[in-house]
Design a protein around this ligand. Structure first.
Ligand code: COA
Length: 254
């Protein structure tokens, strides 16, 4: 089971369970997450969702093997629907993040209402280094949150950063001890699940109102650019280099 779905006291717990690949999201995981979020949105018995990853790492991003094998079809069929579902999710979403949070592992945090990490958390947005472009609305949400200068360090230089910077930039709520992380995130989700659900949903919608329409549009604009780049020689070189465990060589590109 690559996605563990459990419901306890009105909280849906979603756990990425592909630790041998650092919880990289393959198409099955995207589809599983989309279905689970849709179920959680519709079921009045579910009041909050808590997202976490099994093992030492939260999520090492989109599965690079899938990029190479399913490319555009996978993007359209599984990735983009997930991003729209995530961005429109109407109930509170809490994340517990440890270890690597790469690519979508970081950008999905921008859609969570509360984010908790431990001291092993490490974030990276390597889209450009992979010959790709930012996704999940991050080209809009990240500059809004951290300003254009820091966003350029993250999205153009693809610099990784750790817990202190994530806290300072307002990307996370709190850093916890490793053995407290999961329990604390779940208890926060439980606190939310005990609140009046209509008021909570409206408050979340109001917080996110300024972006609601433009966010879905941005996801589509990014996806079109992402699709163009995914089939480019630049991306092929970068993705193949990852598979072959060698450094990419972009010197031949204009
Ligand atoms: N897609 C597919 N497989 C991935 C993966 C990904 N995004 N991230 C990690 N893996 C796999 C590795 O291929 C390796 O598999 P193997 O043991 O069968 O060879 C395994 O997970 C462990 O990864 P490894 O690279 O050995 O671990 P590490 O601790 O040295 O490095 C990362 C961790 C996350 C820095 C590194 O794996 C990485 O850069 N991954 C790609 C991240 C990425 O670019 N994601 C896409 C963003 S759009």
């Amino acid at each position: 089971m690559e996605l563990i779905v459990e419901i306890e006291q009105r909280v849906m717990m979603l756990k990425l369970n592909r630790p041998e690949k650092q919880n990289a999201l393959n198409l099955a995981l995207y589809d599983g997450l989309t279905a689970a979020l849709q179920q959680a949105a519709e079921d009045p018995q579910i009041r909050a969702v808590c997202l976490s990853g099994e093992g030492k790492n939260f999520c090492s991003g989109n599965d690079i093997g899938d990029f190479l094998s399913s490319g555009l079809a996978g993007l359209e069929r599984s990735v983009v629907p997930f991003l729209h579902t995530l961005a429109a999710f109407p109930k509170p979403l809490v994340a517990a993040v440890q270890g690597n949070a790469v690519g979508i592992g970081t950008t999905l945090m921008l859609h969570c209402d509360l984010v908790y990490i431990d001291d092993t958390a490490r974030f990276k947005l390597p889209f450009v280094d992979l010959g790709l472009v930012p996704e999940a609305g991050s080209s809009m949400l990240l500059p809004q949150l951290v300003g254009d200068r820091r966003a350029a360090e993250m999205l153009l230089l693809c610099e990784s950063f750790g817990p202190e910077e994530a806290q300072e930039l307002g990307l996370i709520n709190r850093q916890l001890a490793a053995d407290e992380l999961q329990g604390f995130a779940y208890s926060q989700a439980q606190r939310l699940a005990a609140k009046p659900p209509a008021a909570l949903a409206q408050a979340k919608a109001l917080i996110r109102r300024r972006n609601a329409a433009s966010l879905q549009q941005t996801i589509d604009i990014e996806a079109a650019a992402f699709a163009r780049q995914l089939t480019s020689p630049e991306a092929m070189e970068a993705l193949t280099a990852f598979k072959e465990r060698r450094a990419p060589d972009f010197s031949r590109f204009d």
